[in-house]
Structures are given as C-alpha cells and as structure tokens.
Ligand binder design. Sequence first.
Ligand SMILES: [Fe+2]
Ligand SMILES: [Fe+2]
Length: 151
Amino acid sequence: MKATDLLKKQHREVKALFKKVEGTDNPRTRRELMQEITSSLEGHTLIEEEIFYPAVRGLETQKAEEMILEAYEEHHVVKLVLGELPRVNPEDERFEAKMTVLAELVQHHVEEEEKEMFKLAQKLGKDELTSLGEQMEERFEAFRAKTSEAA
Ligand SMILES: [Fe+2]
Ligand SMILES: [Fe+2]
C-alpha cells in the first residue's frame, strides 16, 4: 500500500474511535477507547516522524520544509494531551470536553496532511511511496505489538 493510503486509512480508523468514545458514557468503555486512541495515535505519529516526514522533507522544497516543521509541532501538542490521558477519570465532567478538544486538534492536523502534504508527497513517485508504505506498516505493527504486551 502507498504510504499516503496507509496514513489515510489510519486517519479514518482514529476518527471512528473518537466517534465511538463520543457515543458512550460507560466508564470502562471510555477507558478502553482512550487506550486504543493513545496507542493508535502514538504508532501513527511515530511512523510519520521516523519514516514519512523525512522522506517528504527530502523533496527539499520550501513548502515541504514549512509543512513538516508545523506538523512536528502539532504532533507535539497532541502528545502533550495524550500524556495526560492515563490520569483522566472517565467519570469526570471534563472527560467529554477533553476528548472533543483532542479530536478537533487531530482533525485539523489530518486535514492539513491530506490536503497539502500528501499531495506534495506524490512527487516521490508510486514506487517510493509503496516501499515507504511497507516499511511503515511493519514499524507500526511492531510498535503496536510492543505496547499491547506492556498493557
Ligand atoms: Fe501527523
Ligand atoms: Fe497523520
């Protein structure tokens, strides 16, 4: 699968998880979904930062450079919120608000990636994008296996 298609697929999966968490007030389900969102987003940002972003940056256009730097900062903010989640009580009145803000942050970031960065990334060519996609899929699976072991 092309790297950009893999990332888009993961974007849709995370969006579905946010929808699910929005639709439940069961504390146990909320907690489980929160863990799944965290692990999905950690794995996703990891393969972008380790493999995809450096490849796009390698296109060496000023636009690519600006987009990548901004994307790293957005990941940083997302990770700050993810870092708080283990201490968030699913029964707290702030739970829904926190999830909504995180979902909006992620959605904004995803739109920029899909509308701008992924378009630019097509310049890497189909073969390169497919090879990156394979590496990323492997890296993602390895990360998920490691985190589910620890849980
Ligand atoms: Fe990203
Ligand atoms: Fe992404």
